[in-house]
Ligand binder design. Structure first.
Ligand code: SF4
Length: 170
């Protein structure tokens, strides 16, 4: 499972890797126009994910001692290995085993706080609702201006929105 990146995640990734272009820490994966998280970047519809180390396939933020950006890690990492079933109950995500293989902190599952995970999942639902709205605004703004559809400009747009709304809590 790849780690998806929202506007809030980008904001924190920029802080965590302030010396690097955003393209070095996130990658774009082509998707379809009708995907609600599909943003127009470089004349194609894409979603954003954390990059992996090409040699190991691990997340690029995985160090010898575990996650090197733990306090600023994306929402998906905060809720891992849980998600919520349609009745609102916490369950181990079906992709958890896969993420566990490429990630991370090997004690995470046993240390995970279910109450905290549930809280993070709730915030994640709100966050991705807003993210989809932002993507739609971005797409409208850049649709006929391919020269403006750069990854850095998209990241600027999303991060600016976070800043205008006040920096969120990690
Ligand atoms: S928690 Fe794991 S997947 Fe998430 S940023 Fe850290 S190392 Fe990467």
């Amino acid at each position: 499972m790849d780690v998806p990146v929202s506007h809030r995640d980008l904001y924190f990734l920029r802080r965590a890797a302030s010396d690097r272009p955003i393209g070095e820490v996130v990658r774009m994966r082509a998707t379809h126009e009708w995907d609600p998280e599909a943003a127009l970047v470089a004349e194609q519809y894409v979603q954003l994910y954390l990059r992996r180390d090409p040699a190991t396939e691990n997340c690029i933020f995985l160090g010898q001692e575990g996650c090197t950006i733990y306090g600023l890690r994306p929402r998906a990492c905060r809720t891992f290995p849980f998600d919520q079933n349609p009745r609102g109950l916490l369950q181990i995500a079906s992709e958890a085993k896969l993420l566990y293989d490429v990630c991370c902190d090997k004690d995470l599952v046993s240390r995970q706080d279910r109450k905290a995970a549930k809280h993070q999942i709730g915030r994640g639902v709100e966050e991705f609702t807003l993210y989809r709205e932002l993507v739609a605004v971005w797409n409208t703004q850049v649709k006929d201006k391919p020269e403006t559809q750069t990854l850095e400009a998209y990241a600027d747009f999303l991060c600016r929105t976070v800043e205008l709304g006040g920096a969120p809590q990690p």
